[in-house]
Design a protein around this ligand. Structure first.
Ligand code: FDA
Ligand code: NAD
Length: 440
């Protein structure tokens, strides 16, 4: 007997994009039994950003169901019951191990077959592992990664068993900075190790990074730049004990947290669909090269209209919006209608300790630092209320804007600047200085 189930729509992956797509399907009109979400994770779609922030807090940590989608964007929180009421099948704890786009079927690890008419690929990213580069001893216990809720649970358990111990954080991108802060709040003695000359080198300028590095140092974090981990030693229980660095230094460690990047989960579709820049190539409606197959969120390489370029974005705002766009496009094409192409303004943000920054646009060209014209101490790491920003000027226009400590209105203001790309006139710096002083 063949174990096969048929659906009109299947979303493969049960992360952020899947949840927002489900919500959009119900807005556009969905019949019970039409939609299934298949996810390797054991829980309904949730706001992944919580995992490296409030999920790790020692006091009153966030736990499901409090951060199921669409809580992160102020929408209705989709509890498992909601899917049931809408007749959406949540097929959880189920890994798809084979996809056949020609026969429109997916096969699970246990051999179940799922057939669809329309597929939305929303498989997200996976954490790059140190074992992938063959780092010696990188399979020791208590070397943690953070991508899914099961990873976060494992990290929380390890934090509990190694209280007030030593933590080594490897990488200073998003995960490194956010988890480095969380480990410090958990009273670990934290060292951060990364190869670049400054943290978050893909986005921050040296001036922005120097503020955050100073802030972390003031919190007691030891920063070791310009080197990488080349090996780990474990104790007799197989638990990590030391981290050997390329510069010869050896660090003691009870926990190691690694955040050295993500990589889009596309292997199931290799050779079946066109790819570009490491992701699945789509148009402005998130249609792939295969009819009735869409790709959204981290895996999609889509036309970024604003910059006339094909881009892949690994951030939550795009995961939400691309999912909504794909569902709108699916429904419009069923009704013989058309919708506007995706026209996205990149938006990234992060929060750690008492800090909070936003970035909109493109970080190309010449960066210019701006600060509160009334109080220039706010750019110092020791400031009690830090507030400063940077904008990027490219071909005479402002194309990107960063702001630490902005109010909701100010953040909206710099988003508008990045969207409208005004000419970088001489008085702009002064105006933005006034903007963050609340006078503009
Ligand atoms: P997502 O990764 O959310 O979901 C993919 C899903 O597919 C997972 O449930 C996975 O198990 C499943 N899957 C994959 N392969 C499968 C298979 N073969 N079979 C079944 N299921 C499969 N962004 C931001 O802007 N601000 C922030 O603060 C943060 N914070 C943050 C923290 C942490 C810890 C992470 C890991 C990431 C962030 N991000 C972020 C990034 C953001 O969360 C990310 O861009 C979105 O979750 C992407 O949404 P997707 O739905 O594309 O993938
Ligand atoms: P990242 O790309 O932000 O940072 C990777 C960092 O790894 C680099 O900054 C570099 O310092 C470091 N690195 C690279 N090779 C190294 C090596 N061999 N040794 C030591 N360090 C090395 O990736 P991430 O921080 O791992 O995040 C993973 C994914 O999760 C990304 O898609 C990211 O966008 C997403 N995420 C986003 C947020 C947010 O937007 N606030 C928060 C957490 C995670």
């Amino acid at each position: 007997i063949i174990d096969k189930k048929n659906f009109k729509y299947i979303i493969l992956g049960g992360g952020v994009a899947a949840g927002y797509a489900a919500m959009e399907f119900t807005r556009q009109g969905l019949q019970p039994g039409e939609l299934a979400i298949i996810s390797k994770e054991a829980v309904a779609p949730y706001e992944r950003p919580a995992l490296s922030k409030s999920y790790l807090f020692p006091n009153e940590p966030a736990r499901l169901p409090s951060f199921h989608v669409c809580a992160g964007s102020g929408g209705e929180r989709l509890l498992p019951k909601w899917y049931e009421e809408k007749g959406i099948e949540l097929i959880l704890g189920t890994e798809i191990v084979k996809a056949n786009l020609a026969s429109k079927t997916l096969i699970s690890a246990s051999g179940k077959i799922y057939a669809y008419q329309i597929l939305i690929i929303a498989t997200g990213s996976t954490a790059v592992k140190l074992t992938d580069f063959g780092v010696q001893g990188a399979d020791a216990k208590n070397i943690c990664y953070l991508r899914e809720i099961s990873d976060a649970d494992k990290l929380v358990e390890t934090i509990k068993t190694k209280q007030k111990g030593k933590a080594v954080v490897i990488g200073a991108g998003y995960i490194g900075l956010e988890v480095g802060a969380a480990m410090t709040i958990n009273e670990f003695d934290v060292s951060m190790v990364y190869p670049e000359p400054w943290c978050m080198a893909g986005l921050f300028t040296p001036a922005i990074a120097s503020f955050y590095e100073g802030y972390y140092a003031n919190k007691g974090v030891k920063i070791i730049k310009g080197t990488v981990a080349v090996g780990f030693e474990a104790d007799s229980n197989g638990q990590v004990k030391t981290v050997k660095l390329k510069n010869g230094e050896v660090l003691q460690a009870d926990i190691v947290v690694v955040g050295v990047g993500g990589s889009p989960v596309t292997a199931l579709f290799k050779g079946q669909v066109e790819e570009e820049k490491g992701g699945i190539k789509t148009d402005g409606f998130f249609r792939t090269s295969v009819q009735e197959v869409y790709a959204v969120g981290d895996v999609a390489t889509f036309p970024m209209k604003l910059y006339s370029d094909m881009r892949r974005v690994e951030h939550v705002d795009h995961a939400r919006k691309s999912a909504q766009q794909a569902v709108k496009a699916i429904k419009a094409s069923e009704d013989g209608k058309s919708i506007q192409e995706y026209d996205y303004l990149p938006f990234f943000y992060s929060r750690f300790f008492d800090l909070s920054w936003v970035f909109y646009g493109d970080n190309v060209g010449e960066p210019v630092l701006f600060q509160d014209i009334q109080d220039n101490s706010t750019t110092r790491p020791s400031s009690t209320k830090p507030k400063f920003g940077t904008y990027w000027i490219h071909n005479g226009k402002v194309v990107g804007a960063f702001l630490e400590g902005g109010t909701a209105e100010e953040n909206k203001g710099i988003a508008n600047i990045a969207w409208l790309q005004p000419e970088a006139k001489e008085d702009l710096l002064e105006k933005i200085g006034m903007l963050i002083a609340g006078l503009y």
